[in-house]
Structures are given as C-alpha cells and as structure tokens.
Design a protein around this ligand. Structure first.
Ligand code: ZN
Ligand code: ZN
Length: 217
C-alpha cells in the first residue's frame, strides 16, 4: 500500500510530504522547503529508504532545504518544470529576504507533462499546471487515488497569482481541464493547510462556483 504523512516545515508551514510503499519501504519526500533534520528523522524512524525528492514548483518554501538534504544524503531530485528554473537561480536571495538561508542546487531532472516518477511499486504522472508559477507541476497516482498539488489547489482556494509571471487565467484553466477531470474521490495534498478531495473542490471551491462544476447556492 502507498502510505503518506504530511510534515509542515518552515515558518510558512509548507506541507512537505513523506510518501512510501509499505511493501518495498522505498520513500520520497515532496517539497523539501527546510527543517531537513526533522524530515530525515521521520524517514529514519520508519526504517524507510529515501530514494528521491519531488518538487512541485520553485518557491523557496518548497525547495529551500534541498541543498542541505543533498549534503546529508545522495538522492535524485525530480521537478518541477524547467519554466521555474529562474526561481532556482534566485533561491538564496529570495530566502534571505524572508530571513532564511538556502543554498542553490540543480534538480537531477526537470519534468514535463505526462512524465512519470515512481516510489516503490507506485507510479505518479506529472501534470504541468502553470499560473501560480510558470513551472508548477502536480503529481497524480491513479492506483492510490492521490494528488500532490503543491500551491496549485488549496482547500476551497487556489494558489496566488499576484507574483511576477503569475497567470490566473492559466491556473483556472489548468485546474478545470486537468484536475477536475480526475476522480472525485482523489485525495489532494495541498501545499499549505488542510487536505481536500477533487469532489469537495468541485462543489465548494469559490473560484469555480460560477462554472458548471459547482452548485450555485
Ligand atoms: Zn508557491
Ligand atoms: Zn507555498
């Protein structure tokens, strides 16, 4: 079975997530924003083998701990889409604006739409959903009914688009045409705050209530 535990990190309470296959004990961490010792301790406590880090987008609270983790453990780093490469280049400078330290690194591989990544016997498909950032991706596992959404979709909200290169029309289009076509019972791990499901968001997300997906109240 695929198991996961959400581990909020940094003062921004970013939802890093530890995901593992409980048969093979292979594990990945998503969005290693910081608090690396805490995250690695969660891996070790469960006797898991950390194989990779998966990144949803280039904001510092989602990638700021990766360089430190790589010094302690050699793992592959996948994602996000290369359109966020400019954010990776700005990482130390942006983190310091928030009073945090983060070193630069390069992912092992940027990802494109429909690429796949694996943890144990489970495959996740990559969907590229720009708007919050140009290179935002989400990871979808059909077999486990699980979506790692980063800052694309939140419980009853969506990612901010008021940053430079934000695009609210692209974000709404991507959510409607890619995420809202997934099964309603798909569990969604958001980038911050509570988890949700695709069905809940189609019914209750105020950004979509004037479309055919939502019920008007
Ligand atoms: Zn973000
Ligand atoms: Zn975030």
């Amino acid at each position: 079975m695929l198991q996961f535990t959400v581990l909020p990190v940094t003062p921004l309470r970013q939802n890093a997530t530890l995901i593992w296959d409980d048969e093979t004990l292979d594990a990945v961490l998503t969005d290693v924003g910081g608090d690396v010792d805490y995250l690695l301790n969660e891996v070790a406590q469960r006797n898991l083998k950390l194989t990779a880090v998966w990144l949803t987008h280039g904001h510092f609270d989602h990638i700021g701990g990766v360089a430190e983790l790589l010094k302690k453990q050699s793992v592959q780093v996948y994602g996000c889409h290369r359109d966020d490469a400019y954010l990776f280049a700005m990482l130390p400078e942006v983190a310091s604006r928030y009073g945090m330290r983060a070193e630069q690194f390069s992912p092992t591989q940027f990802l494109d739409e429909n690429d796949t990544v694996r943890v144990g016997n489970f495959t996740f498909r990559v969907l590229h959903i720009p708007g919050h950032t140009p290179g935002s991706v989400v990871y979808y596992c059909e077999a486990a009914n699980l979506l790692i959404a980063g800052d694309v979709l939140f419980r009853e909200s969506i990612g901010r688009t008021d940053f430079p290169r934000g695009d609210s029309a692209a974000l709404l289009h991507g959510i409607t045409h890619k995420l809202f076509r997934l099964p309603e019972n798909t569990q969604v791990i958001t980038g911050h705050g509570a988890l949700t499901t695709i069905g809940h968001e189609k019914q209750h997300n105020p950004f979509f209530l004037d479309t055919t997906w939502g019920n008007r109240c």
